[in-house]
Write a protein that binds this ligand. Structure first.
Ligand code: G6P
Length: 617
């Protein structure tokens, strides 16, 4: 969940690194730093690092220090996992005589035993972070090997855990201007330029300079000079990795004049849904371009495994899959799944859902499923991500880059893809035939969803008014039944993460078993009602909380219905197929959370304590 970037070539390295780090800041932002090889002076390596975000920290340092003249360097933006977020623990880290500098994403699990061993050999540690052991290992092996690549390969033999690591050496001691890097379970890409090369943990960092990228595999090492890139394995054997042309436009990753990425990404949803369906659904027929799904007749159980918002997408999908495929289906939290020793095997289909494709707990669950010979499908937004490359089948959400920490368009495109898959697979199964009408009905509705979404986003007056009411409170409740309960879960998560208002989601019928005790005069309750068979029950639940003084806003596709009539305010959502309602309710609740967060003056795109991509378990 940190970001790293490296540059070797003819440009001002400080500028390239700073620009790259800014584009990666969404991955972690409690400190940032660079190491620049200074060829002109006696200094050798200039390491500048500072706690705080880039604007307040690193950029000021770079302005004060002379950064010009360097054409080789590495940089890092950090989200603390070991040691406090302070200057000392910021990356890059160096060995004692500042002979080399190193940046690292991931966690070294055996850092304590390595630290003990290296201290015994006389190495002095200056920070609290796990990363520093790699510096001293490098120093140790550099003395033996004299070669940076070999020293890194030897060092990595000691490491347990996950890493993308990049190293530069002081030009005073080095023979060549080079960056050496390695990856295991953390993304690392090389960007290819003319007489210059780039390294980054994420493609957006290098997009302004090149679209030609090479994704490194687990266990790869790479050596970059200005005019050469060599990928090799730990035994020194050279390997070729394909070069891909990245389609994302650098401006796609900018805010386009919106005050926040989150709002931009919410408003991009109609286009994102069209993109997700493009080439996949036409005239009611689904074409998934050669994906080879397992024989569903042999499948006894389907698990959806994911974390955070993606988990809610799995929860929303599971009932539809179960119904249409007539196979029991359930959603599981990535960080829980592995430890409850689930029954897995060839008859268990596991669907992994992840915006980033890198979330550590989801990735580890995927590895477990692969070990147990389960057929696997991955739904992700990031091409070439670790999950995309490990799962048997991958289907991309095609939502475009999402920068804001809170997932919006990637959530609703996950929903759309999962609903599309359910209909597609349901229609193929002999015993799914009984639901073919439902599949046809849902597939027929999908092409017009984006226009309905545009209508929703065109008039958000009621959402704004409800947000004003909610923004004044420190507590709130979200209630719903069936699929609306899943939307309630996602709605409360959005509100919590960006507005810092405490929010709880409850199945509406469950409130009276304890949580009702918290309902007091004026407390806001968001009551969701889109499921026809549950409307009456929801109306009674609204009555229950109102009788205890709650202020209720109904989110419903029936603004004249009973639930709306019994509520204090109404947020209308388009009247579409009930199975697809989480798409619209999800959007309305994203806007609600966003508006409340604006009113409370919160740092919306980068909420405190949170990161976009959580690559530690
Ligand atoms: C983080 C993000 C969430 C996201 C979750 C799972 O916590 O802040 O928005 O839902 O990770 O991420 P993934 O990339 O696997 O969907």
């Amino acid at each position: 969940m940190c970001g790293l970037v490296g540059y070797v070539g003819w440009r001002d390295a400080a500028e390239v690194l700073l620009a790259g780090l800014r584009r990666l800041e969404y991955r972690g932002y409690d400190s940032a730093g660079v190491a620049l090889a200074d060829e002109e002076s006696e200094i050798g390596l200039r390491v500048l690092k500072k706690a705080g975000n880039i604007d307040d920290g690193l950029e000021k340092l770079l302005k004060n220090g002379s950064s010009n003249g360097s054409h080789l360097g590495i940089g890092h933006t950090r989200w603390a996992t070991h040691g406090e977020p302070n200057d000392r623990n910021a990356h890059p880290h160096t060995d004692c005589p500042d002979e080399l500098a190193l940046v690292h994403n991931g966690i070294i699990e055996n850092h304590q035993s390595l630290r003990k061993w290296l201290s015994g050999l006389g190495h002095e540690f200056t920070s609290d972070v796990d990363t520093e052991v790699i510096c001293h290992l490098m120093e140790h092996y550099l003395q033996d090997e004299g070669d940076l690549s070999q020293a890194l390969a030897r060092s990595c033999e000691h490491l347990e855990g996950a890493y993308a690591v990049a190293v530069v050496q002081s030009p005073l001691g080095a023979n060549e201007r080079e960056i050496v890097a390695a990856r295991k379970d953390s993304l690392l890409v090389v960007g290819l330029g003319d007489d210059e090369n780039f390294l980054a943990s994420d493609v957006p960092a290098i997009l302004p300079y090149t679209r030609r990228v090479m994704y490194l595999e687990n266990g790869d090492f790479v050596r970059l000079t200005a005019d050469d890139v060599t990928v090799f394995r730990s035994d020194g054997r050279r390997v070729d990795r394909p070069v891909t042309e990245v389609q994302w436009d650098p401006v796609q990753a900018q805010r386009d004049g919106y005050p926040h990425f989150m709002l931009k990404e919410i408003e991009e949803q109609p286009a994102a849904w069209e993109s997700a369906l493009r080439g996949r659904l036409s005239g009611g027929e689904v074409d998934l371009q050669g994906l080879q799904f397992p024989a569903l007749e042999d499948i006894e159980h389907i698990y959806f495994v994911a974390c955070g918002t993606s988990y809610h997408a799995g929860m929303a999908a599971a009932p539809l899959w179960e119904r249409l495929l007539q196979i029991p289906a359930s959603a599981e939290i990535g960080s829980e799944f592995r430890y409850r020793q689930p029954l897995l095997g060839e008859d268990t289909l596991v669907v992994f859902i992840s915006q980033s494709g890198e979330t550590a707990d989801t990735l580890a669950s995927l590895d477990l499923a692969i070990e147990e010979n389960c057929p696997t499908i991955c739904v992700t937004n990031v091409v070439g991500s670790s999950m995309a490359r490990r799962a048997d089948n991958v289907i991309y959400t095609q939502a475009g880059p999402e920068i804001s920490v809170a997932s919006t368009k990637t959530y609703t495109t996950q929903l759309l893809i999962l609903f599309l898959l359910a209909c597609h697979l349901g229609r193929q199964l002999p015993h799914g035939q009984q639901h073919s009408e439902t599949c046809d009905r849902l597939l027929a509705a999908m092409p017009s969803l984006s226009d309905l979404e545009r209508q929703l986003l065109n008039d958000t007056t009621e959402i704004g008014s409800a947000a004003e009411r909610i923004a004044d409170w420190e507590d709130s409740f979200f209630i719903g039944r069936g699929l609306d309960y899943v939307s309630a879960l996602e709605g409360q998560l959005k509100l919590k993460e960006i507005s810092y208002i405490h929010a709880e989601a409850y199945p509406a019928g469950e409130l009276k078993h304890g949580t009702m005790a918290l309902i007091e005069e004026g407390v806001p309750v968001v009551a969701i009602s889109t499921q026809p068979q549950l409307r009456d029950k929801m109306a009674s639940n609204v009555e229950e909380v109102r009788a205890r003084g709650a202020w209720v806003v109904a989110v419903t596709d029936q603004p004249e219905g009973e639930v709306a009539r019994r509520s204090d305010a109404v947020i209308p959502v388009p009247d579409s197929e009930p199975e697809l309602s989480p798409l619209f309710v999800g959007t309305a609740l994203q806007v609600l959370a966003y508006r409340a967060a604006v009113l409370r003056d919160c740092p919306i795109d980068k909420p405190r304590n949170l990161a976009k991509s959580v690559t530690v378990e």
